[in-house]
Design a protein around this ligand. Structure first.
Ligand SMILES: [Zn+2]
Length: 108
């Protein structure tokens, strides 16, 4: 099950799995994001286990770009660590998501 749309602030990004080669700065990679088209593409060649990491990586590019942090949005090391750290946070703390959503405010 792959998510098809992600609302990032006011912009609805489409998520596409593609069999096309994704080239960024002359290098083939597993995913990319186009801010103008509001499109995140994931290569169909990346493994199931790494799709979340690639998707979260592109989401952070978009979050920073949508919020005007243009320099930071080009910082691949920053984006990579934010992506990996956020995935761990979400996986290890399911109640945190409820709390952030405003659900189950009494949960411990
Ligand atoms: Zn990147």
């Amino acid at each position: 099950m792959m998510i098809k749309n992600i609302l990032i602030d006011a912009v609805n990004y489409r998520v596409e799995i593609t069999d096309e080669r994704i080239i960024v700065d002359g290098q083939e990679c597993g995913a990319d994001v186009d801010y103008n088209l509001a499109l995140i593409r994931l290569s169909d060649k990346i493994g199931e286990g790494t799709k979340a990491k690639f998707l979260m990586h592109e989401i952070f590019h978009a979050v920073l770009n949508e919020r005007g942090m243009f320099e930071e949005s080009r910082n691949e090391a920053l984006i990579d660590e934010l992506a990996a750290g956020t995935i761990n946070l979400i996986r290890e703390n399911p109640k945190l998501i409820d709390f952030l959503r405003g659900d189950n405010l009494d949960a411990d």
